[in-house]
Design a binder for this molecule. Structure first.
Ligand code: DAH
Length: 343
């Protein structure tokens, strides 16, 4: 029968078209093309019934219905097959290999100067010191004159100075901060003043810009013994238990008496080695009792109050503690050096 053939060929068409499809959305379109209630090709077959004789209609209706039932099952199976394949492909593409090595996160580290400055602040804060930071561009008065170093004083030669104008300069020492604090604060005073300083100086152990940490204590009855007591705590904490200090006479215009402070060699324990140049001692800072004239310049009565001050180079402490041979290594930002200080 002609109708039979038409039905069989439609079934073959559906199977052939479906075989070429790999996408569930395309399959849905194909399904609509045949099974859509209004426009579907199978629904259209039903409409052909009108052209048949009443005797032919039941048989025709049956085979069209069979085709429709078959097609419904066929497309449901096709849809399931394609969706399963698509899900499998999606899962495969999103798979995470938990054994893959993680990408390295480069995290920064504190600069050795910052480590030392923080350590010093920590030590002295524990002894009651607070931090004061003065300006990097300073008046000649605060950097020199008020520190008992007037314009014609030969001690100015000790620090080769960068002048901004006849009265303004890049501070050569954090000692300038002492004056700013004493001018504005009544004793008791106990401050620590960290910061950058500048001198026209450049070799393996000197840099035109470097960092200092200043300390100042002013109160009634302060003596050189108080200075050495505090420095002993500092030396043991920074360089290791058992490290002692030694005071040697020296000269600074703003202290009287003035001392250089050595620590016993933490590398050889005092026996003598390359680091201490066989002396058993390493020079680490300058200090002294605040000169009466300096106290007077700040309106503090030197017959009532006494004080001590000290100043140390942060880079020098870092170089000694970490065995850094050249100060330039602290300014070159070479990560091979800096990563060694990751905490
Ligand atoms: N300001 C001195 C320098 O830069 C270091 C120093 C020495 C600071 C003695 C002081 C001190 O406070 O009392 O070389």
């Amino acid at each position: 029968m002609k109708m039979d053939e038409q039905i069989r060929s439609m079934r073959e068409q559906i199977e052939a078209a479906a075989a070429a499809i790999t996408d569930s959305r395309e399959m849905h379109q194909l399904r609509k093309q045949y099974l859509d209630n209004k426009t579907g090709l199978i629904s259209a077959l039903m409409k052909n019934m009108r052209d048949l004789s009443p005797e032919e209609r039941p048989a025709f209706g049956k085979i069209v219905n069979e085709l429709k039932t078959w097609a419904l099952e066929f497309f449901t199976a096709q849809d399931a097959r394609l969706k399963a394949a698509e899900l499998a492909a999606k899962n495969a593409s999103e798979q995470i290999d938990v054994t893959m090595p993680a990408s390295a996160h480069c995290c920064g580290a504190l600069h050795p100067n910052t480590l030392i400055a923080n350590e010093l602040i920590d030590i002295f804060a524990g002894m009651g010191f607070t931090v004061f930071e003065g300006p990097e561009i300073e008046n000649d008065y605060y950097n020199f004159t008020a520190l008992n170093t007037p314009k014609d004083h030969p001690a100015r030669d000790m620090q080769d100075t960068f002048y901004v104008s006849p009265e303004l300069l890049l501070r050569t020492q954090t000692s300038a901060g002492q004056i700013r604090v004493m001018e504005n604060t009544k004793p008791p005073i106990k401050i620590l003043s960290p910061g950058k300083v500048f001198r026209s100086d450049d070799d393996a152990t000197h840099s035109p810009m470097f960092s200092q940490m200043e300390g100042l204590v002013v109160d009634k009855g302060i003596t050189l013994c108080d200075l050495q007591g505090m420095l002993d705590v500092f030396a043991a904490r920074v360089f290791g238990e058992g490290v002692r200090t030694r005071l040697r006479p020296s000269y600074f215009p703003f202290t009287e008496p003035s001392v250089e402070v050595d620590v016993s060699c933490f590398s050889c324990g005092g026996k003598g080695c390359r680091l201490c140049k066989d002396t058993g001692w390493i020079e680490v800072l300058g200090a002294g009792m605040v000169n009466r004239k300096v106290l007077e310049n700040c309106g503090i009565d030197p017959d009532v109050y006494t004080g001590f001050a000290f100043g140390m180079g942060i880079e020098r402490i870092a170089m000694l503690k970490y065995g850094i041979p050249n100060i330039k290594m602290l300014f070159e930002s070479d990560v091979r050096v800096l990563t060694q200080f990751r905490g």
